[in-house]
Ligand binder design. Structure first.
Ligand SMILES: NC(=O)c1ccc[n+]([C@@H]2O[C@H](COP(=O)([O-])OP(=O)(O)OC[C@H]3O[C@@H](n4cnc5c(N)ncnc54)[C@H](O)[C@@H]3O)[C@@H](O)[C@H]2O)c1
Length: 262
């Protein structure tokens, strides 16, 4: 029997990349799933139906915009109304913008902070009362190696991810006696659409070719010289949901090919 049988997992930003891999891993462990994120109706429905078919669980989709606090509250309320609980909350939605600080568009700063940092606060705030009532919960946020170190031209992203590391510790301490753990996972470069999308901007900002950006910028910091896989991140998230991980809380766990060891 799967370790999450009968439980419900809300995964923000799960129409793509790491979030979709987490949703499928949790469904494989028996959880009902609330998908969220952008995508065409046909693509979202394809992924939602595949989860139900492949894992014999229920999966619903919410288009809630993680930049809007009211829609985040509605996402948690929808999950509780549909399945009776939110047992696992994965704050994963994220965007990136790459630009020198003096040219960084203000609306991009606001969006990166809203989606990568404030959304986690709003979702945790909404989900914790139900978790406390049931005496169990797992909160996991996808941070980044950029929660531990910085890179040039990523001021908003680095600030947001460092913020996630602090939020994670604070929430873990507040909930330490409630059988609710709160951790963040800090991947290095994972080959997903988010990474692919930032290549053109980095090429422009650094005046480099595509191959140079991949090898000399992205993988330059990763001693293994390999991209992390979405499955590797999802497997760690699933482990954090297990009873064996009950004493792991307030942790920021790198999965970064040795990047932050250097
Ligand atoms: N790919 C990497 O190398 C890497 C490394 C470290 C951390 N991360 C983090 O992992 C998380 C997932 O990134 P990914 O690489 O899978 O990217 P991705 O672009 O494949 O997925 C991002 C998801 O967030 C959703 N999203 C974006 N804006 C949203 C909004 N306003 N409301 C709701 N959903 C929204 C997208 O629709 C998508 O489902 C992000 O928080 C990212 O910062 C990624």
């Amino acid at each position: 029997m799967g370790i999450l049988k009968g439980k419900t997992a809300v995964v923000t930003g799960s129409t793509s990349g790491i979030g979709l891999a987490c949703a499928r891993a949790f469904a494989g462990a028996g959880a009902n799933i609330v998908l969220n994120g952008m995508g065409t109706p046909a693509e979202v429905e394809r992924d939602r139906a595949a989860i139900e078919r492949d894992f014999a669980v229920k999966a619903i989709y919410s288009p809630a915009d993680m930049a809007k606090s009211s829609e985040i509250s509605e996402l948690i309320a929808l999950a509780e109304k549909t399945f009776g609980s939110v047992d696992v909350l994965i704050n994963n939605a994220g965007i990136q913008h790459v630009s020198p600080i003096e040219e960084f568009p203000i609306e991009k700063w606001d969006a990166v902070i809203a989606i990568n940092l404030s959304a986690a606060f709003h979702a945790i705030r909404a989900a914790v009362p139900g978790m406390k009532k049931r005496g169990w919960g797992r909160i996991i946020t996808t941070a980044s190696a950029h929660s531990l170190v910085a890179s040039p031209f990523k001021s908003a992203y680095v600030a947001a991810k460092h913020g996630i590391a602090g939020l994670t510790k604070t929430v873990a301490l507040e909930l330490a006696r409630s059988k609710i753990t709160c951790n963040c996972i800090s991947p290095g470069y994972v080959w997903t659409p988010l990474v692919e999308r930032q290549i053109p901007n980095t090429m422009e900002a650094r005046r480099m070719k595509r191959d140079e950006v991949i090898n000399d910028v992205l993988l330059a910091a990763q001693p293994t010289k390999e991209f992390v896989t979405v499955k590797q991140v999802a497997s760690l998230a699933l482990f954090l949901c297990s009873d064996d991980a009950a004493q792991i809380t307030g942790a920021n766990l790198p999965v970064d090919g040795g990047w932050t060891a250097a």
